[in-house]
Ligand binder design. Structure first.
Ligand code: OOB
Length: 548
């Protein structure tokens, strides 16, 4: 068994003892989570959605638990066993929950890939975990995961069994097929063991693998469900990829299942589809990344649907500009909750009883009284209260190292995680995210915060969304380029005048504008700054050749 099933390798024993004594950690595990939910909530509706064959389902807790048992018997027959890593790359379809709970039942460890991940990511996940299997959809949404498997498998050092969850598995195994094995008893996993690997959500570079234990993750799930006031009446629409940490646990599908509510899965994030689903399914809560939330806000007036059951829109994953945040209640008629989290652990929420300016102007405060927050300057000294600096954190659900000790520089010697985020803190403990370490454009020594300029840009009535990125410049080092999404784009001069009227310093005015109909996005739908920079580099190369 690998060192990663050993609790002491993941958290210091003294901390574990303290968290247990405080009641943060307990003996719950994912191996029995669904059975216990089924015992408590039996006939309540657990999940609504369609499967990879396009068949619609409505499953009670009991039915979901039975489906997970059937999947466990199938996976057991395919040889999956305790301790195995299994890469799960499934979309928002009803196979997802039975699959992960089947793996938990067997004591196997899911590795949560996103449907948008491709060869580079999959190769990394499969090889570095020595994965036993990879569960993928088959052909789905115009992409053939079987071809991806054919491309990736031959180059792997380890043999990986590909299991296709949708129709037509071709030469691979089928998740739904016979034969099935007898159902073993739930694996006797320890709460402090590694439960699964999440993947880091950086908008640059290859994702890192994040070892989460049953105890730490379940603590964050229970507390998230409590903070977000979930109950058996909660009906959560899941639009973001289901395996992302936000969607899984903040409070996400696991929080809803913990509380006995209903998860409604959809694969279609377009405003028309989302609004009609909210109407038809009497959705009370949903979650979006900012680019998606901005589209919903922009298109709400054009779509005829009743959203009166919707109580909360959660927005997180990237900075939600205050200008947009202020529109949520007037436009959608629901409350906003900002969520600032990371797959590595720490999650912050604005609370239901926070004043409006805190809800629209901050990214929330930590889940736990035991979350330690450090805000440091470039030299590693604490900044004066209220000033911005690098966020480091440590606590009862934040990892102490990446899987296999990757990127050790991301952690201090005393176990703090360097988030890479620049934040400041209000006296109430609420954090305001000002950007990433690298999102500051250095224009001849003058630092420009991308977030600040973007905030001003989207205040323009004709601008739906905006992103500011650096362009390399021989003279200044960097200049700024604003990418604008707009149906009726203003001219560059109009935008500069608008920004000047809002009091933006001249050096912060974008040097260049690019107008687009959509942004390149990361797997979960955040704006990919890496892809924007690449696109910009290509545009600039073309421009240069025109000049020649
Ligand atoms: C969530 O997790 P990841 O792992 O995909 O990305 C984490 C990073 C953070 O370090 C931060 O840079 C950024 O995404 N981020 C935000 C934010 N929420 C996440 N930046 C500004 N404002 C926010 N509200 O994205 C994630 C995990 C759990 C819950 C919510 C989001």
């Amino acid at each position: 068994m690998s060192e990663h099933t050993d609790s002491t390798a993941l958290y210091p024993a003294a901390d574990v003892a303290a968290w247990r004594a405080a009641g943060y950690w307990n003996d719950d595990t994912f191996a029995t989570f669904l059975r216990e939910a089924a015992a408590r909530f039996g006939d309540n509706e657990a999940v609504v959605g369609h499967d990879l064959h396009g068949v619609n389902h409505r499953l009670s807790y009991r039915e979901l638990s039975t489906a997970a048992d059937a999947t466990a018997r199938r996976l057991r027959a395919l040889g999956i066993t305790r301790g195995d890593f299994v890469v799960v790359q499934l979309p928002n379809t009803t196979e997802f929950l039975p699959t992960i709970f089947a793996l938990f039942h067997l004591g196997a460890r899911p590795v949560f890939a996103l449907p948008a991940h491709r060869a580079a990511e999959l190769r990394h996940f499969l090889a570095s975990t020595n994965a036993a299997a990879w569960i993928a959809p088959g052909s789905h949404n115009g992409f053939d995961y079987r071809d991806l498997a054919r491309e990736v498998l031959p180059a792997l050092p380890n043999p990986v069994q590909v299991i296709i969850a949708g129709p037509d598995p071709a030469e691979f195994a089928s998740l739904g097929g016979d034969p099935v094995a007898d159902l073993p008893a739930p694996a006797p996993v320890a709460p402090e063991e590694l439960a699964f690997l999440q993947v880091s959500g950086g908008s640059t570079g290859i994702p890192k693998l994040i070892p989460r234990t049953h105890a730490d993750y379940l603590y964050s799930v229970r507390e998230s469900a409590r903070i977000c006031q979930l109950s058996t009446a909660t009906r959560m629409l899941v639009v973001l990829p289901v395996s992302h940490n936000f969607t899984m646990s903040s409070p996400g599908v696991l929080g809803v299942l913990w509380a006995g509510g209903t998860v409604i899965l959809t694969e279609d994030p377009t405003p028309t589809s989302v609004f009609h689903l909210i109407d038809a399914e009497k959705v009370t809560m949903t979650a979006a990344v900012p680019p998606l939330a901005m589209t919903w806000l922009a298109l709400r007036p054009r779509i005829d649907a009743h959203l009166d059951t919707l109580e909360v829109l959660q927005v997180g994953g990237a900075k939600f500009p205050a200008e947009a945040a202020r529109k949520v209640t007037p436009v959608l008629g629901c409350r906003l909750q900002q969520v600032f989290g990371m797959a590595e652990g720490l999650v912050n929420y604005t609370r239901a009883d926070d004043p409006e300016d805190v809800v629209t102007g901050t990214q929330g405060r930590p889940i736990s009284p035991a979350d330690e927050i450090l805000i440091l300057d470039d030299e590693g000294h604490p900044v004066p209260e209220g000033e911005s600096g690098h966020l480091l954190t440590r606590g009862p659900y934040t990892i102490r190292s990446y899987f296999n000790g990757a990127d050790p520089g991301a952690f201090t010697d005393d176990g703090f995680y360097r988030t890479g985020d620049i934040v400041r803190r209000l006296p109430t403990g609420h954090l305001i995210v000002e950007g990433r370490d690298k999102d500051h454009i250095n224009r001849g020594g003058e630092k420009i915060s991308a977030e600040e300029v973007e905030n001003h840009l989207i205040a323009h009535p004709d601008i739906i969304d905006a992103a500011l990125v650096a362009i390399p410049d021989d003279y200044l080092g960097e200049r700024s380029c604003a990418w604008i999404i707009s149906d009726t784009p203003p001219t560059a001069t109009e935008i500069r005048e608008f920004l000047t009227r809002r009091g933006l310093a001249a050096y912060k005015l974008p040097d260049r504008f690019e107008f687009e109909s959509s942004f390149p996005l990361t797997g979960v739908g955040k704006i990919s700054r890496k892809a924007l920079r690449r696109r910009l580099a290509a545009t600039l190369t073309t421009d240069t050749s025109k000049d020649d």
